[in-house]
Design a protein around this ligand. Structure first.
Ligand SMILES: [Fe+2]
Length: 304
């Protein structure tokens, strides 16, 4: 085993014995004779495990482990206490101080080796697991960011397609989205809410996809019948966007952006507070949003 062990004991015979037992198993051993020397050693070295005598002249094992655990660079190095005491108080005190285990002196070679082997194996497994979790977390974050970017790009492409269909108001959806986000910012909405409002703005006129080009781009005024067809685009948008269950607020922007506070808007002719109630109580939103209000009451008019 190619482990590096620091042994701290003011009794040279114990250091020698530990060195002989552990070196014979191929371990790299560093020995120091005091807690002070151990702290100095750890300033520029990072062994895999520390064997620390409890009772030493000068700084004892408890003072030494306290300094080791205080230091971020050494806090994770497992410490095994070496003690000739076998009472439960000492055992409790050792574990409370942060030791991972304790070994009774004089050492029994097999016990010393088994304890050290188990702890090193456990520490390596923990480090591997932590590394793996870190890697997976990074992968998930990268993937999540990519999906978020992809969603935004798809919405922007769709918004561009809507605007391209309507030659009179080219760029309208992008402008509405941009103005809406600026207004939301001035109104004190959070960054996430502003982003949502931006997306709602981009797709508010998506229903125009279902309106014939001859009506949308008619150079002269619309007949009454054509205007009635044009007025169906909020409901068409509602039908299209209600399939996106992860973002039910999109439906609100599409369906209600031509409502007016005086009740003369469309498609539902909602007046005043009835608009807000309708947005809260829509059966479709309840289905998709789990009964929560579709959004915080923000709405806008489309002057297409
Ligand atoms: Fe519109």
């Amino acid at each position: 085993m190619d482990s590096w062990i620091l042994v701290v004991d003011d009794d040279v015979s114990n250091l020698t014995m530990a060195n002989n037992i552990l070196s014979a198993e191929g371990m790299r051993i560093s020995c120091v004779k005091s807690g002070e020397a151990a702290i100095r050693f750890l300033q520029s070295n990072k062994p895999e495990l520390i064997l620390l005598d409890v009772y030493m002249t000068g700084m004892d094992g408890f003072q030494t482990i306290a300094l080791i655990k205080e230091n971020e660079a050494t806090a994770n190095i497992p410490v095994i206490f070496l003690t000739s005491d076998d009472d439960s108080d000492t055992e409790t005190r050792c574990l409370k101080a942060g030791a991972i285990d304790f070994i009774k002196k004089p050492f029994l070679p097999d016990v010393l080796l088994l304890r050290i082997s188990h702890i090193i194996e456990l520490t390596r497994l923990q480090a591997d697991l932590a590394h793996e979790v870190e890697e997976k977390t990074h992968e998930v974050t990268v993937q999540s960011n990519r999906l978020e970017k992809l969603s935004i790009q798809i919405v922007m492409a769709l918004s561009g397609a809507i605007d391209a269909k309507d030659t009179y108001t080219n760029g309208h959806s992008a402008r509405v989205a941009d103005y809406s986000r600026r207004i939301a910012s001035l109104a004190g909405f959070s960054k996430d809410e502003q982003d949502e409002i931006y997306m709602i703005g981009l797709l508010h006129d998506v229903g125009k996809i279902g309106i014939p080009d001859a009506i949308i781009n008619k150079p002269s005024g619309l007949t009454e019948e054509e205007y009635e067809i044009m007025k169906t685009h909020p409901v068409l948008g509602d039908n299209i966007l209600s399939r996106i269950q992860e973002f039910p607020k999109l439906v609100t922007g599409a369906r209600y952006h031509h409502e007016r506070y005086d009740g003369k808007g469309y498609p539902d002719g909602l007046a005043g507070e009835a608009q807000e109630r309708a947005k809260r109580d829509r059966p479709d939103d309840r289905k998709a949003g789990g009964g929560k209000p579709p959004h915080g009451g923000f709405s806008y008019q489309c002057f297409a």
